[in-house]
Design a binder for this molecule. Structure first.
Ligand SMILES: Nc1nc2c(c(=O)[nH]1)N[C@H]1C(S)=C(S)[C@@H](COP(=O)(O)OP(=O)(O)OC[C@H]3O[C@@H](n4cnc5c(=O)[nH]c(N)nc54)[C@H](O)[C@@H]3O)O[C@H]1N2
Ligand SMILES: Nc1nc2c(c(=O)[nH]1)N[C@H]1C(S)=C(S)[C@@H](COP(=O)(O)OP(=O)(O)OC[C@H]3O[C@@H](n4cnc5c(=O)[nH]c(N)nc54)[C@H](O)[C@@H]3O)O[C@H]1N2
Ligand code: SF4
Ligand SMILES: [Mo]
Length: 698
């Protein structure tokens, strides 16, 4: 037995870039602790990071490729057989139906990871326009809205701020490594405003909590703009010099009085006024917009209204405000697509999304598979995603995937999606590969660092090796000229004048940029006008509203009162829990112990009205389907609203969500604002015989 060695590296489970000290013995991780010297995380380690050794040891970790037999069983095969099978299926489907009949999707596990660009490169060389990512439901919508308004998606500078607005974001669960910064700012007297339908623990500590009706953030933003403009709380000088279309905006928001916005959002008018004054009179102030804003049919325009609010209050690119930073400019792996003239799936419906991302919109894949629209999709390769649990209208996603001629999944574990696959390829974790990390989304001192490969994981190829091997088999070896990942990463690092060896000696990363204030004063904003576009002629050309408009959720007590009589509750799904990442880690005992099962959060008054006990098994139903789970009383939620988590295979929240009415600009799904009802189960042993509430007489 060798003596243990301790290595300083960075946790690769999520994008939190937490520095860790890993103790390894004979290729196994025996201990993990937070690295107090790490400049970004300063010793923080969340429960998922602490559970990493458990994750590696998990008994259900896949170690061998699995191929579906004629009888429908997944049986182990060798890597050689698996890669040959993958190559021959991709080739024959391409030959028969054209390259666009194959799509490749990299999910959340690929965000910021090194294998991501190699999959995209492969898809380009293969000739399919259908490369998609978790950007089909995450991040890209607010990024596009901010880019269309002032050229970039800024980050909120908690550390130097006098007022932080957490808007549909809960860093305690989603970005725990930066919570200390928030707490330190609070200790220095920084104000905190939380906009969330639930009274989270940060909402409880806030100066002001706006308990918004899910899906109405756009109306709230217009209401705040109304007060800020009417009370002349904006930065006149900045607006005069830098904002295009302010007069049109002023007119546009003039009808969004606090009273009107109260009726839409359920937030008292007085609180809306107070929030506008608190935010606009604090300088500098920053807004930290979460994914909750994006997962709506109106998310893009809501994010635009919020971007404009940050701009007219003079908070752009100032210390403590919205910082303009860019990611490290690594060399891109994208090659010119060899594709036929076929359009990407979703390109016709969401042309701006396609122009901005260069990607297909994955939420239209089911249409292509089941209805041949815009053309038939016959094969899918899923890398680091579990769509059956994470994409909207899961029953339809499952049906579509089951109809594919060929489905391949690359994942370290057997998932709901992998069970449907013809081929499952196991993946190595960050321990078994070189990984770069970039902290530009977290702090104004952007760092690029290396989490080096620490051992070979038994029986596994890394995702990078899989794509290189596949490329070799399909005649694309010339596009993958690197002999190993180290050489490929060195190529990626060239524009920065760095090598992998340089980064090896810098466990805290390399600071690749120095933030300077108000860069726009020198170069203008990166928009067609060089200014902040409150009125966007670019959006107008695409046929979208050039001003940020509010549209009611497609399904809501106001837009569909008839449906609301049957489904009277507003449902929001998927707020993060610290223990899990989406569908991951239910198999890790220490994490499962902390959050053993899904539950529907319901206000006690509503539960009482429905005769539902705390902890009782109930059915939560939407027009698309039903899931079964326990109730959890919570007086932190409006009695008209319920919440359920996502990512559970035994109670899949996305059975309830909709894939029909998507955001018209981005194709994002409305996972955070639906209509639903809670139905009491009559008996626990007969399934699922139910009766509708609310009558209490059983
Ligand atoms: N532990 C953990 N961390 C994660 C992830 C994970 O799965 N687990 N996922 C990562 C990913 S991919 C993402 S996108 C981020 C997301 O992380 P965040 O942006 O922080 O988003 P969430 O935690 O999903 O939701 C934040 C809050 O939005 C509230 N909310 C729900 N509906 C609405 C609404 O209509 N309007 C408003 N204003 N608020 C609403 C919820 O109650 C919740 O408290 O987290 C990342 N970090
Ligand atoms: N109802 C509802 N649905 C939602 C959301 C919501 O709030 N509500 N949030 C949405 C958002 S913002 C997002 S980003 C998506 C995320 O949805 P997905 O992209 O599906 O993400 P995960 O469920 O985390 O699945 C990641 C998979 O990758 C695997 N994996 C982990 N590491 C690796 C690796 O190194 N290589 C490979 N090949 N695989 C790996 C994991 O085991 C897991 O099976 O969910 C969306 N779905
Ligand atoms: S937040 Fe947790 S999972 Fe994410 S990098 Fe940090 S320790 Fe790892
Ligand atoms: Mo996400």
């Amino acid at each position: 037995m060798m003596t243990p060695t301790t290595t300083q590296t960075v946790c690769g489970i999520c994008s939190g870039t937490c520095g860790i000290n890993l103790k390894l013995q004979d290729g196994a991780v025996v201990a993990i602790e937070g690295d107090g010297e790490h400049p970004v995380s300063k010793g923080h380690l969340c429960p998922k990071g602490r559970a990493f050794p458990e994750l590696l040891r998990a008994s259900d970790r896949l170690r061998q490729p699995l191929k579906k037999t004629d009888t429908g069983r997944l049986e182990p095969v060798s890597w050689e057989q698996a890669l040959d099978y993958l190559a021959s299926n991709l080739s024959s489907i391409k030959a028969e139906y054209g390259p666009e009949s194959v799509a490749m999707h990299v999910g959340q596990a690929g965000v910021g990871k090194e294998f991501f660009p190699y999959v995209e490169r492969f898809c380009n060389v293969f000739g399919s326009p259908n490369f998609s990512t978790s950007g089909s439901h995450c991040h890209e919508s607010k990024s596009m809205a901010n880019v269309m308004t002032y050229g970039t998606l800024p980050i909120a500078d908690y550390v130097h701020s006098k007022c932080i607005v957490l808007w549909g974001k809960n860093p305690l669960a989603s970005t725990p490594s930066i919570v200390n910064e928030l707490k330190e700012s609070r200790a220095r007297g920084c104000r905190l405003l939380v906009i969330d339908p639930r009274e989270t623990s940060l909402a409880r500590q806030a100066d002001l909590h706006l308990q918004v009706r899910p899906g109405t953030d756009g109306a709230l933003a217009l209401g705040l703009l109304h007060v800020v403009i009417k009370e002349a709380l904006y930065d006149r000088e900045f607006v005069r010099k830098w904002v295009v279309g302010f007069d049109k905006l002023e007119e546009h928001v003039s009808t969004y009085t606090p009273q009107k916005v109260e009726a839409i959002t359920w937030i008292p008018a007085a609180k809306i006024r107070l929030a506008a004054r608190l935010y606009a009179s604090s300088s500098p102030a920053c807004i930290s917009p979460g994914v909750a804003l994006e997962l709506h049919g109106n998310g893009f325009q809501a994010a635009r209204a919020i971007a404009i609010l940050q701009a007219i209050t003079g908070n752009l690119d100032i210390s403590g405000g919205a910082l303009f930073l860019s990611e490290a400019q690594l060399s891109t792996m994208v090659v010119v697509n060899q594709r036929e003239p076929a359009q990407a799936i979703g390109q016709h419906e969401y042309p701006l999304f396609h122009t901005s991302t260069g990607h297909a919109q994955a939420h239209r894949y089911a249409d292509a598979i089941l209805e041949g629209k815009p053309y038939p999709l016959k094969a899918l390769v899923i890398v680091g995603s579990n769509p059956v649990l994470t994409w909207p209208n899961a029953a339809r996603v499952r049906k579509a995937f089951a109809n594919l001629e060929f489905l391949a999944v690359m994942d370290p574990f057997m998932t709901e999606t992998a069970r449907l696959a013809h081929l499952v390829l196991p993946s190595a974790t960050f321990l078994g590969r070189h990984e770069l990390w970039d902290s530009s989304h977290l702090s104004r001192e952007p760092r690029l660092g290396l989490a080096p490969k620490l051992c070979d994981e038994e029986g596994l190829l890394t995702n990078w090796e899989v794509w290189k091997e596949l490329a070799g088999r399909m005649g694309y070896a010339g596009y993958y000229p690197w002999k190993d990942e180290e050489e490929a990463i060195n190529d990626r690092l060239k524009p920065l004048g760095l090598t992998l060896e340089d980064l090896r000696g810098m466990p805290g990363g390399y600071v690749y940029d120095t933030w300077t204030a108000k860069k726009y004063e020198r170069a203008g904003f990166e928009t067609p006008s060089g200014k902040v576009e409150a009125y966007s002629a670019g959006l107008e050309r695409y046929g979208y509203d050039p001003l940020p408009t509010y549209v009611e959720p497609a399904e809501s007590p106001l837009s569909t009162p008839e449906l609301a009589r049957v489904y009277p509750l507003v449902l929001t799904t998927g707020a993060r829990s610290l223990e899990y990442i989406h569908s991951r880690f239910r198999n890790v005992p220490s994490l499962r112990g902390r959050a053993p099962e899904p539950y529907v959060e319901v206000h006690p008054a509503k539960a009482h009205e429905l005769c539902i006990e705390e902890g009782e098994m109930v059915l939560v139903e939407s027009p698309r389907g039903r899931v079964e789970m326990r109730t959890k009383y919570s007086d932190e939620i409006d009695p008209r609203v319920i919440f359920i988590p996502h990512g559970w295979s035994n109670a899949n929240a996305n059975i309830l969500t909709d894939d029909r009415v998507l955001d018209p600009v981005t194709g994002f799904p409305p996972a955070r604002a639906l209509l639903a009802r809670i139905v009491k189960k009559v008996s626990t042993n007969t399934s699922p015989e139910v009766r509708s509430t609310p009558s209490c007489v059983l």
